[in-house]
Design a protein around this ligand. Structure first.
Ligand SMILES: *Cc1c(COP(=O)(O)O)cnc(C)c1O
Length: 493
C-alpha cells in the first residue's frame, strides 16, 4: 500500500485518504508519496490513445489504493468533476503559426476558466466523497491570488459536507475574478475580501497558518486546505503533462522516446512540481521552463541557487504575483534522496531569515532539466499584442509569460516540441487585454459568458481590513459553524 509522509520528516506515514483530508502534514510539512510510481515505455505506448479522463484514471490509480477508492468510485468522481468543462477534449492544444513546434495548452476550459479548475474539480469532489462516506463535515479555508478562490467556491458550492471560506486580497485581483467568487448564492460559500494586504496572497496564507496553529479552533471546525499544498492537486496536475505529451507525439516519436519541453507560468510551483514529478515517473521531458514575471522567485532559485523573499511587485499576470513557491520544498524531497531533515532545516532557515542559499550539489541536482525566465510587464503586453495581430489568437497575461519564457530560451528548446501552458482565459483580465491591444472595443475572444452572467447577479461577501482579518474571520467562522451544528441537532431531535 502506497503511504504518504511529510517532506520535513515529522509524524507517521498515513494513507491516501488521511493525506487528502489533512491538507498539511501533522508537522506542518507537505505530504509526498513514499515512493514515486515508475512508468515504463511499454505503458506509455499503451496509453497514447486514451482521452483525458481515461488517462487520469490510469495515472491516479498509481497513487490511490483501490481499498480506499474503488475503480468505479474513482471513475465516478472523475466523471462528475469534469462534467462542467466546456470543451470535450477538457484540455485542447492550439498550434502556433508564428513559431515552429510550439503548442499552447489551454487549461482554461473549466467552469471558472483558469487552470485551478483542473486540480480543484477533482480534489473538492474527492474530499466531499470521503466526508459523505463517513458522514463528516469539514471547513475549507483558502487564500487566492484570483483563481483558486473561484474554482474552490464553484466546486464546493452546495456540497452539504463542506463549508468554503475564500480569502482574497481586495484590489489585487480583477473585478471579474472577484465576481466569480462573490456571485455564488449557496449558503456554504463564504468569500472574504481583505483590503490593504501588504504582500498580496502571501499574507493571507500567513493568517491561515495562524488559524491552523490554533489547535482548539482547528479541531473544533475541522479545518483543512485545498490550496496547492494539498497533495491531491499536485497529483491531479501530473495528468496534463502526460496528456500534452501524447497530443504532440506521434507513434514513432513515442516508440523512440522523443522528448518534449514544457513552459509553465509559475507562482507557487504546484503546477511545475507536478511536471517535475511526471518526468521523475518516466515521462520523456527534456526541459521544464519556470516562467515567472518580475517577481522572479523561481527564476532566482533556478539561476542563482537562492530561495529568498523580496518585496511584492504587482504585474499584469497577477495570479503569479506570488513570493514563496511553497511546492518547491515538496519537489526537493525527490531531489535530495528524501533527506527530510535537510529540508526541515532549510524551511526553518527561510522562516527565520527570509533566505536560503543552496549548496552546489543540491543546486546541481534540482536544477538539472530546468530553465527559467522573468518576463517584464512590457514584454508580456507586447507578446499578447504580437500574437493577436499576427495570428488572431488571444493569450491571457499568464499564457504570454509562458510563451515569453520560450522565446527567451528558444535556442535551447527549438529541437523539440514545446508546450506552453496557458493557465487562464483572457476574459479574466479585460483591462490588461485592452492595454495590450491598445483598443477600446475588446475582441470577442476577450469575453466569456460565465463572467457576463456573474455581472448580472447579486454579490455576497464579507469585507475587512487586513489588520483585523484574523479576529473577524474567527468570529464569522465560529458563528457559522455553531449555527449549522445547532440546526443539525435540532433537526435530528
Ligand atoms: C495559480 C496560477 C498559476 C500558478 O500556478 P502555481 O501552481 O502556483 O505555480 C499560473 N497561472 C494562473 C492563471 C494561475 O491561476
Amino acid at each position: 500500500m502506497l503511504q504518504y509522509v511529510s517532506n520535513t520528516g515529522g509524524g507517521d506515514a498515513v494513507d491516501f485518504e488521511t493525506a487528502i483530508l489533512d491538507g498539511f502534514a501533522k508537522d506542518g510539512g507537505l505530504y509526498v508519496p513514499e515512493t514515486l510510481p515508475k512508468i515504463s515505455s511499454a505503458q506509455l505506448i499503451k496509453w497514447q490513445k486514451l482521452d483525458y479522463l481515461e488517462l487520469a484514471f490510469e495515472i491516479l490509480s498509481l497513487f490511490i489504493d483501490r481499498a480506499i477508492v474503488s475503480e468505479s468510485e474513482l471513475k465516478d468522481i472523475l466523471a462528475t468533476a469534469y462534467a462542467p468543462f466546456e470543451n470535450t477534449a477538457i484540455i485542447p492544444l492550439h498550434k502556433l503559426k508564428s513559431r515552429d513546434n510550439v503548442h499552447i495548452m489551454e487549461l482554461f476550459h473549466g467552469p471558472t476558466i483558469s487552470f485551478k479548475d483542473i486540480g480543484l474539480a477533482f480534489l473538492v469532489n474527492l474530499v466531499n466523497f470521503f466526508l459523505a462516506r463517513k458522514s463528516a463535515r469539514l471547513t475549507l479555508v483558502v487564500a487566492t491570488t484570483g483563481d483558486t478562490g473561484p474554482a474552490t467556491a464553484y466546486f464546493a458550492a452546495g456540497k452539504s459536507n463542506l463549508d468554503a471560506w475564500v480569502l482574497y486580497p481586495k484590489g489585487l485581483i480583477t473585478a471579474e475574478q472577484e465576481r466569480q467568487m462573490t456571485c455564488l448564492q449557496q449558503a456554504n460559500i463564504h468569500p472574504f475580501g481583505v483590503a490593504n494586504c501588504p504582500e498580496g496572497g502571501d499574507d493571507l496564507d500567513a493568517v491561515i497558518s495562524k488559524l491552523y496553529a490554533n489547535k482548539a479552533f482547528k479541531q473544533k471546525l475541522k479545518l483543512s486546505s485545498v490550496n496547492s499544498i494539498n497533495w491531491g492537486r499536485v497529483m491531479m496536475q501530473t495528468v496534463h503533462y502526460f496528456y500534452g505529451y501524447f497530443q504532440v507525439s506521434d507513434k514513432a516519436a513515442i516508440d523512440k522516446g522523443v522528448k518534449v519541453n514544457f513552459s509553465v507560468p509559475s507562482g507557487g510551483f504546484g503546477n511545475l512540481c507536478a511536471g517535475a514529478l511526471a518526468r521523475e515517473m518516466g515521462l520523456p521531458v527534456n526541459m521544464l521552463v519556470a516562467a515567472n514575471n518580475q517577481n522572479g522567485s523561481l527564476d532566482r532559485i533556478f539561476s542563482q541557487a537562492t530561495f529568498d523573499k523580496q518585496a511584492l511587485i504587482n504585474t499584469p499576470s497577477s495570479a503569479i504575483d506570488i513570493l514563496i513557491p511553497v511546492n518547491f520544498w515538496r519537489y526537493l524531497y525527490f531531489k535530495t534522496a528524501a533527506d527530510s531533515q535537510k529540508i526541515k532545516h532549510w524551511v526553518e532557515q527561510f522562516k527565520a531569515t527570509g533566505k536560503v542559499e543552496f549548496d552546489q550539489q543540491t543546486f546541481a541536482s534540482y536544477s538539472r532539466g530546468f530553465l527559467s525566465n522573468s518576463a517584464s510587464d512590457a514584454q508580456t503586453l507586447q507578446l499578447i499584442s504580437e500574437i493577436f495581430q499576427s495570428e488572431g489568437y488571444l493569450l491571457d497575461p499568464h499564457g504570454a509569460v509562458s510563451l515569453q519564457a520560450f522565446d527567451a530560451h528558444k535556442e535551447a528548446l527549438k529541437e523539440q516540441q514545446t508546450i506552453c501552458l496557458a493557465t487562464a482565459h483572457p476574459a479574466k483580465f479585460p483591462a490588461t487585454i485592452r492595454q495590450a491591444l491598445n483598443c477600446q472595443q475588446l475582441p470577442a475572444a476577450a469575453s466569456h459568458h460565465s463572467i457576463e452572467t456573474a455581472k448580472r447577479q447579486a454579490q455576497k461577501v464579507h469585507l475587512c481590513e487586513y489588520e483585523v482579518l484574523e479576529p473577524a474571520l474567527i468570529h464569522a467562522m465560529q458563528s457559522n459553524w455553531e449555527f449549522n451544528t445547532t440546526k443539525t441537532e435540532s433537526n435530528t431531535k
